[in-house]
Ligand binder design. Structure first.
Ligand code: ADP
Length: 471
């Protein structure tokens, strides 16, 4: 469409330009020439008149020669003028009248050889005046023709300019609509695809997609659907494996719990305070893991109603302290110090205690685990602008995270290359944390510190959310 309008515009403009060129050519080649010839005719007539009079008076042959020269000029100019004006058929035309009248009288002008010594009879004054009048009329007519042609030229250029402008606007409009249509046709399926790809990176199971916009997009959709089907299948196998594993761990865990409790209760003999302290920590930790396993097994996908029933306002400071305490033994061993900024002033959080605590446990646990000996872990918080979320920052002085791995650490089972060989972990903590945080409408991210280590930042709600999703 754009091409058609554009070509049409160019064609119309070219035709108009051609018309203008024709008109200007006509003015230059015909009317200008006719005007010049009229001048020559006038001048030659006056010369003929003057020389004939001088010859008749002085009888000098030279004047007759001059007369004859002017006569030749006159005749040739008259012939050209009649031919150029193309009006030789019209008997009313001044050129035709001049030519007829001149031919009638020119027979009286004898050639030089036979020039009578006594003189010859030149045309009467009123005939000369009539001829001059004819030339003036012809000049005037020619001038009118020029003016008419110029007016035509002006009209043609005005029409061309207007048509050109209209077609230009139409081309731009059609071009813009075309660009809008094409970009919509391309960007809309791409947007769908981007959304789905993002969903995959957030571990959300993906439904098959259909992309409108031609065969290429169909192929893309098929490739995406194949990939997502494969990922879903792998995810199911992995989930089943984890469920079996969790189930298998629960039984030995409860006997470990029992044994620890019996030692704490001094069934097998007395224990000192330090032993009691660490055994109690072990007992709390076992309880937490058991709870978590139950949680993972029973509510792998927490229904909204179940979450609603279990959501409460939580004392943030106690949640953070409880989470941090779980790592006090490790921290003590590595001489890592944990600094908490102003948590006694911190507003309450809202949610399922186990879920919220799980996020703190994972992030604080990692910060301590990846901290060097005598490192420092700092916990701080701030409110978001709308006061609906609290934003927590956990900074450590560990190895930090390479730029190309930063987005990967939140995917399940991903562990950075530098820790794979020598540090414990399965690469699930951050994936679980992200699922919990995003299900509460918050977000989680990590950035490397300017000096050493990195800072994990995540937001959690202070009030019930209007919309909720499943973990
Ligand atoms: P893991 O059990 O391996 O700690 P996570 O999901 O908690 O699993 O973490 C994923 C990976 O992210 C870790 O294996 C580690 O490579 C990296 N990581 C997490 N926290 C930190 C941290 N504070 N400093 C450096 N790397 C970290």
């Amino acid at each position: 469409m754009f091409f058609l309008i554009f070509s049409g515009t160019v064609f119309v403009l070219l035709t108009n330009v051609q018309r203008m060129v024709d008109t200007t050519e006509r003015i230059v080649s015909k009317n200008k020439k006719v005007a010049e010839l009229a001048e020559i005719l006038q001048a030659s007539l006056l010369d003929m008149d003057a020389n004939s009079k001088k010859f008749n008076l002085l009888k000098k042959k030279r004047y007759y020669e001059l007369f004859e020269k002017s006569q030749n000029n006159f005749e040739s100019a008259l012939q050209q003028a009649v031919l150029l004006s193309g009006l030789s058929e019209n008997s009313n035309s001044p050129w035709r009248q001049l030519e007829d009248s001149y031919q009638l009288h020119s027979s009286n002008f004898p050639p030089i050889e036979s020039a009578p010594e006594i003189g010859f009879e030149w045309v009467a004054d009123h005939i000369l005046a009539e001829w001059l009048e004819n030339i003036s009329r012809a000049k005037k007519q020619n001038q009118q023709e020029i003016e008419l042609a110029l007016r035509e030229l002006n009209e043609a250029s005005r029409i061309s300019a207007r048509n050109g402008l209209l077609s230009f606007c139409a081309s731009i409009l059609v071009g813009l609509i075309g660009v809008w249509y094409i970009s919509r046709a391309i960007f809309s399926p791409l947007k769908t695809l981007t959304g789905r790809l993002r969903g995959i990176s957030f571990d959300t199971p993906q439904e098959p997609i259909r992309l409108r916009g031609g065969d290429e997009f169909n192929e893309l959709a098929n490739a995406f659907n194949d990939m997502s089907r494969q990922l879903n299948e792998e995810e199911t196998i992995r989930a089943e494996f984890i469920a079996t594993l969790s189930h298998e761990i629960r039984t030995p865990l409860s006997s470990i719990h029992e044994s620890v409790n019996m030692i704490v209760e001094e069934v097998f003999g007395s224990i000192n305070d330090k032993q009691r302290k660490f055994l109690e920590i072990a007992s709390v930790e076992i309880k937490r893991i058991t709870k978590l396993l139950n949680y993972l097994l029973n509510v792998g996908v927490l229904e909204i109603d179940a979450r609603k029933a279990n959501s409460f306002h939580l004392n943030t400071e106690s949640v953070v302290i409880n989470s941090a305490e779980l790592f006090s033994a490790t921290a003590e061993k590595k001489k890592v110090t944990l600094k908490m900024d102003n948590f006694h002033d911190c507003p309450q959080l809202f949610g399922v205690r186990e879920e919220i605590q799980q996020v703190f446990v994972n992030i604080i646990g990692n910060a301590i685990k990846y901290s060097p000996e005598e490192g420092k872990v700092t916990l701080s918080w701030e409110r978001d602008k709308e006061r609906k979320f609290l934003l927590f920052h956990v900074a450590d002085a560990g190895p930090g995270i390479a730029d190309d791995e930063r987005s990967l650490i939140f995917t399940k089972y991903y562990r950075t290359k530098n820790v794979r060989g020598h540090l414990d972990g399965v690469g699930l903590g951050l994936a679980i944390s992200r699922r919990i945080v995003t299900s509460y409408g918050g977000h989680i991210e990590v950035a490397n510190n300017s000096g050493q280590g990195c800072t994990f930042s995540f937001s959690l709600p202070t009030h019930p959310l209007t919309t909720s999703s499943s973990v």
